[in-house]
Design a protein around this ligand. Structure first.
Ligand code: 3H9
Length: 691
């Protein structure tokens, strides 16, 4: 028998009512689903034919949580707590049958059931903290009662899910079903249908803290690791409320949830959640665009970047051939890779047998012709057009006919490389960010003649190596480095006005960047941007003066800061400031407040973002944000430069830029036409769509 509610279907199997939650793609508990679930629960509870009720998800998982899109406005009843109340008052046992994910509100609903069974590969978690909120349907009260305070705190403050085996060991679930979940859950339901009293999580005793300073220690540790974020601390407050009688704890949880859900940080993190997923959708690329299979990758160049790219590929199970020009360089690259894996084993991040498997996927070679079998060849040699051009010319006839040819260039003309290869349709840019093993984003650069399937395959390759791939157009610097150049230019202007190096960096770290722009330059190596400027006849006298003084950053022991031998800690260095002051011909200091410095730097970047949208290099503002958050350490809780601009208000950004253009007599500082237009129309970058 089947009764038809659209989002929750009920099937009666013997004496068990099976409630199938079917709200693709992830069974998020939207308002419609919550209402349908309430109706289905009430009907099954009232139905004398049902002795037990099983809740199961259709599709690839149980429930991924609340529908995040609804958090921008007041959510309508019935909310999940109402459904949990119905379940907890049920005189019949209710069993959650979990496969795939039970996350957030999904796990909260499951904990409102009397029993939980899962497949062996199920994952259970409270990831709310990752979108800047606390659990809001009893998770902070029921989870500690089931698994203890320590585990609950780890799960709720960390946000990472646990696997079924761990969940069973901690008492979060009652059984792992081997084989068919539906059949196993029904058999479980039949077994417990007569058992009374019904076990309810709410009836478990409030957990006791393991020691007196348990919560104080958790707060201190979280403040140290995530000083800028509000939600982790709010999560600790909510879990602490589990010491109260359950209804008092639930009330406290609601207050705390209400305080986080509309916060700027939560809005920014929610925005990023969808921005990341939107980045996967490439405008103009048909859904049925053929994607080539990439099983083997050739990497040319075993420097820092090439080695890291090879590691990313080997980590993802791909076979990699790394080509270097001579034996010495090749041995050095392979030793770097081995050292990377040894370090991971030493830190407990990798099992030693897994290290051996990954190393076994890596082969060294010294001839381009060794790449003739590769499905994808990524060139990652020094940023010199002549050298790269020569490689692409040679690759054309060597690579197999359907291979893709990619360059990791950051600035050079991809179309020239494409033409050199004689198969421009197969050429694309794959721009990784340093350190490539850590940074999560990758620009997939579309050259003028890149075939749609080349781009679609580049995006699929990005997913395969667990990067957030973003398609961008080809130009000098693509998206990320175009903004980086504007940031550097504004830093140069601030230095010229007499703002101190440390004041600039402090302003940006106070804004939330892990390091300021000057310290970041020291990490990257100041000679790299210096060379790029010289190639473009770009003259930044102050930045140049630092490099001309032989200060290349961390690698030479001094840049904008000085570094003690073996240390990466930037130490303020009066000598660097003296070099800058000598180059600007003044040692007067300008004392701008941090927020004014940050706004100036960000406005210059935002203006460039507007130009990138206008030029079609970036498809949407959120792509720029994703690239800057995951490629350059822009603070995620601020959403990215373009989201930040919308938050501050485009008129204010435009006004600031106009004032700077007048003050410096530089038309290049004027608001970009798109920014000026949106500001005048009272619109946001988020509203903007390419016509
Ligand atoms: C919560 O539960 C609060 C509670 O305490 C209750 C308070 C009252 N909502 O990631 P994918 C979309 S807060 C709306 O690519 P995967 C997603 O945008 C929530 N939409 O798949 C995408 O759409 P599109 C706590 C959602 O297989 C599509 O589904 N839960 C939601 O790589 C596929 O997503 C979380 O934070 C959602 N909750 O990964 C979990 N989730 O195709 C959030 C996904 O149009 N979700 N979508 O781009 C995830 O972590 C992953 O989606 C998951 C699947 C691991 C489940």
């Amino acid at each position: 028998m089947e009764a038809g509610l659209p989002l929750v279907k009920t099937e009666q199997i013997g004496k068990v009512a099976l409630l199938i939650i079917d709200n693709p793609p992830v069974n998020a508990t939207s308002h419609a689903l919550r209402a349908a679930l309430k109706a289905a629960l009430e009907a099954a509870i009232a139905d004398p034919a049902a002795a037990a009720i099983v809740l199961i998800g259709a599709g690839r998982g149980f429930i991924a949580g609340a529908d995040i899109t609804e958090f921008e406005r007041k959510r309508e009843e019935p909310l999940n707590p109402a459904n949990i109340a119905v379940m907890e008052q049920s005189p019949k046992p209710i069993i959650a049958a979990i496969h795939g994910h039970a996350l957030g509100g999904g796990l909260e609903l499951a904990m409102g059931c009397h029993y939980r069974v899962t497949t062996s590969d199920a994952k259970l978690g409270q990831p709310e903290v990752k979108i800047g909120i606390t659990p809001g349907a009893g998770g902070t009260q029921r989870l500690p009662r089931l698994v203890g305070l320590k585990m609950a705190l780890d799960m709720i403050v960390g946000g990472d899910p646990i696997d079924a085996k761990t969940a069973l060991a901690y008492g979060l679930i009652n059984e792992i079903i081997e084989g068919d979940l539906r059949a196993g859950a029904i058999a479980f339901a039949e077994r417990v249908s007569d058992k009374r009293p019904l076990p309810r999580v709410r009836d478990l005793p409030a957990p006791a803290p393991p020691d007196a300073d348990f919560f104080a220690a958790a707060r201190a540790e979280t403040a140290k690791r995530k000083p800028e974020l509000n939600a982790p601390q709010a999560c600790i407050d909510a879990v602490e409320a589990a010491l109260l009688p359950i209804d008092d704890g639930l009330r406290r949880e609601q207050e705390i949830f209400g305080g986080t859900v509309f916060s700027e940080q939560a809005r920014a993190l929610r925005y990023l959640f969808f921005a990341e997923r939107d980045a996967a959708k490439v405008p103009g690329l048909a859904a049925d665009t053929p994607i080539k299979t990439i099983a083997s990758v050739g990497v040319i160049g075993g420097g820092t970047m090439g080695s890291a790219i090879a590691i990313c590929c080997a980590d993802a199970g791909l076979s990699v051939t790394l080509v270097e020009a001579d034996k010495l360089a090749l041995d050095r690259a392979l030793a770097t890779i081995r050292a990377h894996y040894d370090g991971a084993v030493k830190r407990g991040r990798l099992q030693s047998d897994e290290r051996e498997k990954r190393l076994a996927r890596l082969h060294g070679a010294m001839l381009l012709s060794d790449l003739r079998g590769a499905d994808l060849i990524i060139e990652a040699v020094t940023e010199e057009l002549a050298l790269k051009g020569k490689i692409f010319t040679e690759l054309g006839p060597i690579a197999k006919p359907d291979a893709l040819l990619a360059s990791n260039t950051s600035y050079l003309d991809l179309d020239l490389l494409a033409e050199a290869s004689q198969r421009p349709e197969a050429v694309l840019g794959l721009h990784f960010f340093a350190p490539a093993t850590v940074m999560r984003v990758m620009e997939v650069v579309r050259a003028a003649k890149s075939a749609p399937s080349t781009i679609a395959t580049g995006m699929a390759f990005g997913r395969k190596i667990r990067k957030i791939a973003v398609t961008v157009g080809a130009c000098d610097g693509f998206v990320g480095n175009r903004l980086l150049t504007q940031r550097g230019r504004e830093v140069e202007r601030l230095l010229a006005e007499g703002v101190a190096i440390e004041a600039i960096d402090r302003a940006m770290t106070e804004f939330g960047f892990p390091v300021g722009p000057c310290a970041a330059g020291d990490i990257a190596g100041l000679d790299i941007s210096y060379r790029a400027r010289k190639q473009r006849d770009r003259f930044w006298p102050l930045a140049d003066a630092i490099v001309d003084a032989g200060r290349l950053g961390q690698k030479s022991g001094a840049g904008y800061y000085r570094y003690e031998s073996g240390s990466r800690t930037p130490l303020p260095d009066p000598e660097a400031q003296r070099i800058i002051d000598a180059a600007r011909g003044s040692d007067t200091r300008a004392n701008l407040p941090s927020d004014a410095i940050a706004l100036r730097i960000l406005s210059a970047m935002i203006n460039e973002g507007a130009r990138l949208l206008d030029e079609g290099i970036a498809a949407r503002a959120s792509d720029i944000d994703v690239i800057w958050v995951y490629g350059y350490g822009f603070p995620a809780h601020r959403g990215g430069p373009m989201f930040y601009a919308d938050l501050v208000g485009l008129p204010k950004i435009a006004e600031r830029l106009s004032a700077a253009a007048t003050r410096f007599g530089d038309d290049g500082l004027k608001p970009a036409p798109l920014l000026a237009r949106l500001a005048a129309e009272g619109k946001t970058f988020h509203d903007w769509k390419r016509s």
